[in-house]
Design a binder for this molecule. Sequence first.
Ligand SMILES: NC(=O)c1ccc[n+]([C@@H]2O[C@H](COP(=O)([O-])OP(=O)(O)OC[C@H]3O[C@@H](n4cnc5c(N)ncnc54)[C@H](OP(=O)(O)O)[C@@H]3O)[C@@H](O)[C@H]2O)c1
Length: 328
Amino acid sequence: MYTYFSGQELLPVDQKAVLITEGAFDEAGGCDSGFGHGLAKYLDELGFTVFAGVLDEQGSGAEELRRTCSKHLSVLQLNITNTQEIQEAYSKVKEKVQNKGLWAVINNAGVLGLPTDGELIPMTEYKRCMAVNFFGAVEVTKAFLPLLRKSKGRLVNISSMAGGVPMQKMAAYGSSKAALIMFSSILRQELSKWGVKVSVIQPGGFKTNISGTSQMWETLERTVLDNLSPEVQEDYGQDYILSERSLLRLMKTCTDPDISPVLLDVRHAISAQSPFAFYAPGKLSYPWLCFASFSPTGIFDYLSRKIHSYDKKMPRVLSTSNWENEAM
Ligand SMILES: NC(=O)c1ccc[n+]([C@@H]2O[C@H](COP(=O)([O-])OP(=O)(O)OC[C@H]3O[C@@H](n4cnc5c(N)ncnc54)[C@H](OP(=O)(O)O)[C@@H]3O)[C@@H](O)[C@H]2O)c1
């Protein structure tokens, strides 16, 4: 209790410098509520010196940040899958922060891909999820750690509830987020001797641009269909594959548009004297993470099936009555 309460005091902001990997605000997608974009604005308002790493520094998102934030916010070109861009961003940040140092790195950039059965997800999508959600975050972390060790600062990695709770249709995304959790947990132990504190954020469902646009879904569906063998395509059926859009639609409608729980948790992770190792913002994130960790597998799988019962569509072969006889 003493450790818990004594560590809750927030350190002064004092224009501490933070780097956020955030991608871009997507005007075309009609959504300006991504965590990275929201964090850049929120931390700028609080008085942090923000470095916002974006996919396109000339894009509308970067422009919007420059227009609306203080002069302490800098926009950096930073595709986290591009080693050269990471190195260039590192040099720029190092030059700008000089002796003041970099206080925190927030690895936020991420991709979801098309949620569908693990057997149907093309290898390119597994690799893309790992490239951005895991290797990208690892490479940014490795590049900036010398600065964080100097400041005895904070590393905050935005994983997901899906990295701790097995969720159907999320094999590519969930695995990459689980890898990020394990990486962060090991670094938390290793970096404690340097005074660097590591936190993982595991948000539940929030309404951002992560679920993509209908144009993106079409491209992803095409990629899925183009990569299936005739045998798998025959077993699942095109209708089943195309029905996966309903999950993305559901994600758009049933998720929380208020991202403030995520912003508050990240703020706590970079400001509290003793930040938590894990945060689970979002209504059901914490109960689900506990339930997945402690309940017997059979019970968890049963409930998970019940929750997925909105998805009545079955693969073509399973919806025909003679499947069990054929399998015998
Ligand atoms: N929203 C949720 O419910 C939820 C739940 C759990 C975890 N998360 C995690 O929270 C983080 C932020 O997601 P969000 O919900 O705010 O969605 P978002 O608005 O789509 O933000 C993700 C950002 O990452 C960017 N990005 C993609 N590839 C990149 C790359 N190679 N280099 C740099 N940036 C790249 C995207 O840019 P483009 O838009 O230009 O592709 C996008 O701006 C992600 O890691 C996500 O997995 C979100």
